[in-house]
Design a protein around this ligand. Sequence first.
Ligand SMILES: Cc1cc2nc3c(=O)[nH]c(=O)nc-3n(C[C@H](O)[C@H](O)[C@H](O)COP(=O)(O)OP(=O)(O)OC[C@H]3O[C@@H](n4cnc5c(N)ncnc54)[C@H](O)[C@@H]3O)c2cc1C
Length: 411
Amino acid sequence: MVKSTSSANVVVIGGGPAGATVATLLAQQGVRVELFERERFPRFHIGESLIPETYWVLKRLKMLDKMKASHFVKKHSVQFVSASGRESTPFYFHDNKPHECSQTWQVLRSEFDQMLLQNASEQGVQVRQGARVLDVLFEGDRAVGVDVVDEECGNRRVLADVVVDASGQSSMIINRFGLRVPDPLLNKGAIWTYFEGAYRDVGQDEGATLVLQTQDRQGWFWYIPQHDNRISVGVVGDFGYLFKNRGDHETTFNEELDRCPSVKKRVTIGRRASRFYATKDYTYRASRAAGDGWVLVGDAFGFLDPLYSSGVLLALKSGELAADSIVEGLARGDTSRAQLGKWEEGYVRGMNRMRRLVCEYYDGFSFGRFVRRFPHHKGAVTDLLVGDLFKDELDSVFDSIDIMREELKQV
Ligand SMILES: Cc1cc2nc3c(=O)[nH]c(=O)nc-3n(C[C@H](O)[C@H](O)[C@H](O)COP(=O)(O)OP(=O)(O)OC[C@H]3O[C@@H](n4cnc5c(N)ncnc54)[C@H](O)[C@@H]3O)c2cc1C
């Protein structure tokens, strides 16, 4: 039973990076925002490697000084290791853009997400933790608020002009309207754990993300150095390959480690410092990002395979774009689907560029070979890897990938 009813201009469901971003940017522009997060932070979350283009949204959020003062490991590059163990030259982000935005961070999400949420609160967002949204309320097709069960205040109804769904993979509105479109080419899963005292590069390479292919090319490992001497290590593979007719997660992880000597030699000198985690919920997207009075951001809109560590960038970027369209809409008294989803088309084009790069990797694409064949594309490839995705001129890279594929067929 609802005990009380209140109102806000905007309610946000979820206090992860997408929810914190949209809420903070709205509050900065004078909008009354209430954010509901079902957990109490800090809480565990996967998604630890940032990419450089997060810089610009972090700047708008006024988070840069906090990030610079944090103990998060600095990340300058990404490096690929092939199935045969051959290491690519690292892609140093700074080579492409000599600006401080080219250095990013490897974060512990429990700490990073808490910092973002605290920052939201400091900038005027009413943040409620331990507050689970039970339902989004509709009048006809229009979202008009939410019902919440709040550990402190009990059951509440909050009416709002706009409801932002930032509930991550819980995807409240996707599930309610059956909007989920799975990606058949990227039906994958992951198993991961953490090591202490495992191998770390030094100097500029200390915080590099490594992407290492297994010998039979059925999977790849991420190797992400974090602070406190921890390394996040995970394996990704087709759902069927990783989870059907295999043992428990530990057994499968260790079998894949045997197939990837480049990771095995790195972790063997350390010790495992956590349990195993797994996710089977992979790439999907909503068939639309907005409706009358509602909008989806971050994983609540779509999730893309984490090969290039794009998830937090996409959460921040969609949060930023949605906030700007809400502010504009509230000023004009227009919270229609067309207004709230204005940003969707351009955003999806950018997301598709990252998706294409992911699919090319699974199809055997080699960055090294590509850049040797088309050296003038090196900058554009690095732009894609750093997440500078939202510009149409990058599409010429994909034309050249098609050309190279044809050439290879003829060899
Ligand atoms: C295996 C794997 C590896 C990844 N690696 C990376 C990486 O290296 N780099 C990267 O950038 N990304 C990575 N990601 C992606 C990244 O984790 C996500 O894209 C990112 O967390 C999305 O942020 P979000 O704010 O949309 O959702 P979330 O971070 O999931 O936040 C959603 C929040 O909503 C809350 N919530 C849910 N339901 C309710 C409710 N009913 N009421 C109130 N609150 C609710 C949840 O408690 C949660 O805190 C990875 C993902 C996976 C699966």
